[in-house]
Design a protein around this ligand. Structure first.
Ligand SMILES: Cc1cc2nc3c(=O)[nH]c(=O)nc-3n(C[C@H](O)[C@H](O)[C@H](O)COP(=O)(O)OP(=O)(O)OC[C@H]3O[C@@H](n4cnc5c(N)ncnc54)[C@H](O)[C@@H]3O)c2cc1C
Ligand code: SF4
Ligand code: SF4
Length: 592
């Protein structure tokens, strides 16, 4: 050993009395570059809690948690991402996939703390020094991991549409459907909003993987009318689709239709593999619209013997006698209905309860009764001249056309109303060659009709007059009808309510037409119910039900338009399913 080796330790001791050289932090601030991927930021207002950031993270660094003050609403799960920096590898995939662009990364990367727990936090919910830092990594609005544009649906052009009742929507090919299904990020925000809570991501995945039969079975778990809904559903799911925040929402409805269209009715039994053991209990259903048919399907699967009483000569309710064939071909509706009835459901057509059989007879002959009679009585405009021939309701016109009866539209038609019935009546009149003017008391943006119906009507050259208040109908000398109306100004009624139309007095306008079609809404006909059932009603047109479709009478249940607020086919279907589950619960578990 050399002498140096012996004395070196004493040099180290000498250093022990010097001032320390190390500092707790680098002397120079070294901010991350302007696109550096540092700690996350999240705009909690913009975020919809879709959880796609969490699903895509390969390190499982993100979980979705509730945040105080954020409610679950339509299109928002109420959850927000929490990041674990013990796992995060700063790849920014979560930022790239975020459909709302709420998630971003600041360029801040320094954070010193002795408590390891704090490195797991909810960006946006706890104040951090980098919350207002502008630099960092944000997804460019123009950059998308998934295609922001939906696959275009081929449709008959408007000038072709008005010539016939051929179905206007052509449907996707396999390639188109799979391309569209590829866009879905599988977040499931849609499922919560669908009234029937269909497993939408599940059946879209089935389209993508070409598992047609599995997809069909999945749809039938919550909706036994997919061919119909795949064409005319009000698609509330699409309104909240996460992709709609930075592009087109997924064409959920057309993908449903695609699945239903791939399986022929003859192959349904093989695809669905349903086995039914009768349980000896009998349920009566009044009305074979979507609500009644859905309840019949799910009750039959549970083993009940079902009898449906239907006043008309075909099933389908308003989806048959209201919705025109160019939107919903009868053979497609029949496909849904035939499969439901094929499970051994007894349906008595042309049997109006209250006329052909009394309600009491039905009530006493069955273990439970479901009422789903829809809204069949058109409201009147309550104006002079309404009784004149040539003035007819939209429901009557559509019913007559469905039955193949001759309807004289003439050259010019006035349609009064702004809902789907008004649009369908107006477009039907166009198909018969009439010039159509649609008059509505409020503005276009206030119309209750689906936006696409309004746009299609405009494309088909239906003329719109808005803020028009019906005053009276007169007969002209040349045997036409003169529809006289005033104009309204819209009066603000505060934030909560939509503006109210108020007639501007003193000035009248008119149009001469061959036919006036009024479509201002419809109500229920409960005349078949004996007086002592009045406790069943909540207000005009509605039966009072609880969240399980129960009325005040333990043996009577109600579903569909007469019981829900949304008044569309999918809500009636959801009601029917819910009622079936309740009836089963009451009859099997508790007894009625
Ligand atoms: C013109 C028009 C267009 C529409 N467009 C759409 C659309 O695009 N998308 C959408 O989702 N919804 C649409 N709707 C609404 C949709 O059709 C209804 O919400 C749905 O049909 C309601 O189903 P339901 O079972 O409650 O009643 P309904 O479909 O009305 O069926 C009720 C059934 O009960 C029968 N009935 C009534 N009284 C008796 C009795 N006393 N005895 C025996 N049977 C009886 C009726 O004959 C009828 O068959 C439209 C409706 C109309 C009128
Ligand atoms: S992907 Fe975006 S919108 Fe969805 S939960 Fe994550 S941060 Fe929120
Ligand atoms: S359809 Fe839209 S909302 Fe539904 S899972 Fe796919 S991306 Fe999400």
């Amino acid at each position: 050993m050399k002498l140096k080796d012996w004395i070196s330790p004493f040099y180290v001791w000498k250093r022990a009395f010097e001032k320390p050289f190390t500092v707790p932090k680098p002397l120079d601030e070294r901010p991350g570059s302007s696109r550096y991927r540092g700690f996350h930021k999240n705009d909690l207002e913009k975020c919809i809690g879709c959880g796609t950031c969490s699903s895509i993270c390969q390190n499982h660094a993100i979980d979705m948690v509730p945040v105080e003050g954020i409610e679950t609403t339509k299109g928002d799960s109420g959850l927000r991402p929490r990041i674990d920096y013990g796992r995060c590898c700063w790849c920014a995939l979560c930022v790239d996939i975020c459909p709302t662009t709420s998630l971003s990364m600041s360029n801040e990367y320094l954070w010193i703390d002795t408590d390891a727990e704090v490195f797991r936090f909810i960006p946006g919910a706890e104040n951090k020094p980098w919350d207002n830092v502008q630099e960092g990594y944000t997804r460019e609005e123009s950059y998308h991991i998934v295609d922001p544009e939906r696959v275009t649906m081929e449709m008959l052009p408007p000038d072709e549409r008005v010539k016939s009742f051929l179905e206007m929507v052509k449907g996707y090919s396999r390639e188109q459907a799979q391309k569209e299904a590829d866009r879905c990020i599988q977040c499931g925000i849609c499922t919560a909003t669908c009234p029937a809570h269909m497993d939408i991501p599940g059946y879209i995945k089935a389209v993508r993987e070409n598992n047609i039969k599995d997809g069909l079975k999945l749809m039938y778990e919550t909706n036994p009318m997919p061919a119909m809904c795949g064409r005319v559903c009000t698609h509330q799911c699409e309104d909240v689709c996460a992709l709609g925040h930075s592009g087109d929402p997924i064409s959920i409805r057309w993908l449903k239709r695609y699945l239903a269209d791939q399986v022929e009715l003859d192959d349904y039994a093989k695809a669905m593999l349903v086995a039914i053991d009768s349980n000896g209990k009998h349920v009566a259903i009044i009305g074979a619209g979507p609500g009644g048919l859905s309840a019949a399907y799910y009750l039959r699967l549970l083993g009940y013997d079902i009898t449906i009483y239907e006043a008309k000569d075909y099933a389908g309710g308003m989806t048959r006698y209201g919705i025109p064939e160019y939107r919903l071909p009868y053979d497609q509706l029949d496909k849904d209905i035939s499969y439901i009835l094929s499970l051994g459901i007894n349906i008595q057509y042309n049997t109006r309860v209250g006329e052909d059989i009394t309600f009491e007879q039905v009530y006493t002959s069955f273990d439970a009764v479901l009422i789903s009679v829809g809204l069949l009585t058109p409201y009147k405009m309550e104006i002079p001249g309404e009784e004149l021939p040539g003035n007819i309701s939209g429901l009557e016109v559509l019913d007559m056309v469905t039955r193949g009866e001759k309807v004289y539209f003439g050259n010019r038609v006035a349609v009064i109303g702004g809902g789907n019935v008004a649009m369908d009546a107006a477009r039907t009149a166009r198909t018969f060659g009439a010039d159509v003017t649609l008059l509505y008391r409020r503005r276009i943006e206030d119309m209750p009709a689906d936006e696409e119906e309004i746009i299609d009507a405009e494309h088909e050259k239906v003329e719109f007059i808005t803020q028009a208040i019906p005053l009276r109908i007169e007969q002209t000398e040349d045997n036409k009808l003169r529809f006289i109306f005033g104009l309204a100004e819209m009066v603000d009624q505060g934030d909560e309510k939509r503006p109210r139309p108020v007639l501007i007095e003193g000035k009248e306008h008119s149009i001469d037409v061959d036919m006036v079609i009024s479509a201002i809404g419809q109500g229920a006909d409960f005349s078949f119910l004996p007086m002592h059932y009045e406790a069943l009603f909540s207000r005009r047109n509605q039966l009072k039900i609880d969240e399980f479709c129960r009325t005040n009478d333990p043996k009577i249940f109600a579903a569909g338009d007469i019981a829900n607020k949304t008044k569309d086919a999918i809500s009636a279907i959801a009601d029917g399913h819910r009622a079936a589950k309740t009836i089963d619960h009451m009859l099997q578990k508790e007894g009625i």
